[in-house]
Design a protein around this ligand. Structure first.
Ligand code: CP
Length: 314
């Protein structure tokens, strides 16, 4: 069931972003995830692989998919999982992030999975703590486990023939850690990445990114193999970046009419949560082209692989 390539050694204490991963790391992780994918079909959805290991889910920012799937992933591997959120934690009494991290580490977890609204939080904890740290999303910076599960999902459709494929990432690129981690991962794997969105939602310094940038969705979607639609991050936006939501939706909401310009077998991804009717039409989100719920399923087995690799690293 496990990848038995004895020449390969996972060498990372932490998973902070995709730029730390080699292609071998990525494919090893995805193969391992695939070996876990059918456990949910069993009558008993649990294997003893991480029995006696401890995983802390330290989520200082809201999450449905990432937090729940890490919890399910840990439990499927028989690890003990413990959740700490901002509400109910002593961060709310003024305890510093470092003191909170050191306190959690004193309980001897194998892995701490952290989500935080500030970029660099996971890296900061990784520098100060000896247990494994997984970045479950830090500010606008990175969301590596999302990019890896996106890759897992597209691999089920494309196989290993990534080179020559074109992926369009659409929407609020400026505020998106999902976009940043996906650009890093897909370009590493030889996929051409296009970005499209209103100028005000494209980040500064894009000329140094290995991507092609479009301001028109109709042009950007021409002949692509996949579209990754992003959530409009209303909670992170300063006022005035968009004339109106109606205007945004008119220009950038992904509809079946747009999808007709992509390759006939093109598929659609969205990291969730969805703003239906704003960035993606129901007719696309719920269509046969949509991999959105496949992404959620992939999230569990990819996160099982990540917890396994970090918790068992020698
Ligand atoms: N895609 C994603 O990170 O979703 P959650 O915020 O629900 O975890």
């Amino acid at each position: 069931m496990m990848n038995t390539d004895n020449r390969y050694l996972w060498q990372h204490k932490d998973l902070l972003d995709c730029n730390q991963l080699s292609c071998d790391d990525v494919f090893h992780l995805l193969d391992l995830a695939r070996s876990f994918q059918d456990i949910h079909k069993r009558p008993v959805r649990k294997i003893p692989t991480l029995q006696g290991r401890t995983v802390v889910l330290f989520f200082v920012e809201n999450s449905t998919r990432t937090k729940t799937s890490f919890d399910v992933a840990g439990k499927r591997l028989s690890a003990d999982t413990h959740a700490l959120s901002l509400a109910g934690s002593s961060l709310n009494k003024g305890e510093s992030l470092l003191d909170t991290g050191l306190t959690l580490e004193a309980m001897h977890p194998d892995v701490i999975v952290v989500r935080h609204s500030s970029s660099g939080t996971a890296e900061f904890l990784a520098k100060h703590l000896s247990c494994g740290i997984v970045n479950a999303g830090d500010g606008w910076h990175a969301h590596p486990t999302q990019a890896l599960l996106d890759c897992y999902s597209l691999r089920t459709v494309w196989g290993d023939a990534f080179a020559g494929k074109t992926l369009l990432i659409l929407g609020d690129i400026a505020h998106s850690r999902v976009a940043r981690s996906n650009v890093v991962l897909w370009t590493k794997l030889g996929v051409s990445v296009r970005l499209a969105g209103p100028r005000t939602l494209l980040p500064p310094g894009l000329s140094t990114w290995p991507v092609t940038v479009f301001n028109s969705l109709d042009e950007a979607i021409e002949d692509v193999d996949a579209v990754m639609c992003l959530r409009l991050q209303l909670e992170r936006q300063q006022a005035g970046l968009l004339p109106s939501l109606a205007e945004y939706s008119k220009r950038f909401c992904l509809t079946s009419k747009h999808m007709a310009k992509a390759k006939p077998d093109a598929v659609v991804l969205h990291p969730g949560p969805l703003n239906r009717g704003l960035e993606i039409a129901d007719g696309v989100a719920d269509s046969a082209k949509s991999l959105i719920l496949n992404q959620v399923q992939a999230g569990v087995c990819v996160r099982m692989a990540i917890l396994y690799l970090l918790a068992t690293r020698k």
